[in-house]
Write a new protein. Structure first.
Length: 159
């Protein structure tokens, strides 16, 4: 058994048999459209957001698995807020406002890839990214919400 891993970054749910996937898989004699279909199934929840994907294949049997990588915190936030970039002046000009629950959902998705020991700490890390992007949380600057979480004001949301 010879295992080979090919890594791609594809738009969630919108991969095609063209570059970069087709040229990489074509010479290996694989059914490219079957792999593309599997990638699109696995990444559909990230509609259009760039997603890292590994295709792990056995070159002898032509069997494959698709492993979806971890999106960056920035990518998850932009997906939720519906903008492609943050503010050029994040402390003065805000691009979006989200609920604390939205950030908890992002932190839950991202928790394994963060250094945080708890969900509460993970949300505070996500809030740091919100601060640098110019995203407010329930009408407040992300830094204020970080302090509120640190002092326990939102503890009921983490139970």
């Amino acid at each position: 058994m010879v295992e080979k891993t090919l890594s791609f970054i594809v738009p969630g749910g919108q991969a095609t048999g063209g570059p970069p996937i087709g040229p990489a898989l074509g010479p290996l004699g694989l059914n490219i459209m079957e792999i593309v279909s599997k990638i699109n199934d696995e990444t559909s929840e990230y509609n259009g957001t760039p997603v890292p994907v590994d295709v792990i294949l056995d070159t002898d049997t032509k069997q494959f698995t698709v492993k979806v990588g971890m999106l960056s915190t920035f990518a998850l936030i932009t997906q939720v807020i519906g903008v492609s970039k943050g503010s050029s002046q994040p402390n003065l000009d805000y691009v979006a406002d989200r609920s604390c629950d939205d950030l908890i959902n992002i932190a839950q998705k991202k928790h394994d890839g963060l250094l945080a020991a708890s969900l509460k700490s993970a949300v505070r890390e996500v809030l740091g990214t919100c601060q640098s992007m110019g995203v407010t949380v329930e009408g407040k600057a992300a830094k204020i919400v970080q302090n509120e979480i640190r002092t326990g004001e939102h503890d009921s949301r983490f139970n």
